[in-house]
Design a protein around this ligand. Sequence first.
Ligand code: IYR
Length: 284
Amino acid sequence: MVFEMYWRHFSIGFVIYLAVRIGHAFYKKFKTSTVDKTVTETKSVAPEFDSEDSGEELVPALPRDLQYVPLKFNEIPVEESLRKSRHFYELMNARRTVRHFSTRDVPKEVIYNLIKTAGTAPSGAHTEPWTFALVSSAETKKKIREIIEEEEEINYRKRMGNEWTTDIKPLRTNWIKEYLTDAPHLILVFKQTHSQKPNGTKKLHYYNEQSVVLAAGFLLAAIQNAGLVSLTSTPLNCGPALRALLNRPTSEKLSLLLPVGYPAKDCKVPDLERKSLDNIMLEY
Ligand code: IYR
């Protein structure tokens, strides 16, 4: 009886109820998806980051009373900036990736300077999340070559697939890596995902990916500046075996392997062009 008399009211009430429920569900979904995105991005710059408070007393990784000193800044005239920037561009534009190395030695002192230069790169919260493993002994280079060639053969034959191997065919690469034993030095760049604070707690290495890649860029520039050549290689699936060979902890991941030395006598490089300024820059 009551329903028959008031069915219109009941219907309107039900529709309002449904609208509120649906609206609320959408609101919740939108809210969590924005939160999820933020968490994902935070995780990508600090993978070990946990926003939950563990309850332990936190100590900053840098000294609490960090001192400040005047910036050492040598101002140079604008004309000199122009000359130097042009000169540096020409130097860097002459850099080429080299796959054929001479066995000619390079003094270790030079390599130490290159690695010191790489270590001047900026890093997240000044964590300096890099380890440069310098390998110059013939025996260890041979072991590294064996590990890499074994994995690279599988990479080329199975893992990379047709599209990838077709794309790189003009570069005439394969799994045989003579440069690993010919070059006098190999520098393996490891990124440290975390380390330890002086009080023994875990020190998070924010932006370790970006920091290490920046350091590698500095290293490549330093190699070019020193009149040497390199190959920016990323040995696929070799990280754990190389880490074990060099006794590095699991908190370190292999980022890059750079052979450093002189080019082989008749070394040829592909005739490639670089994009022009118009193609890499937008001005606003
Ligand atoms: N890492 C392999 C394959 C390779 C991949 C790319 I991308 C290159 O630009 C060149 C080679 C190798 O070093 O042979």
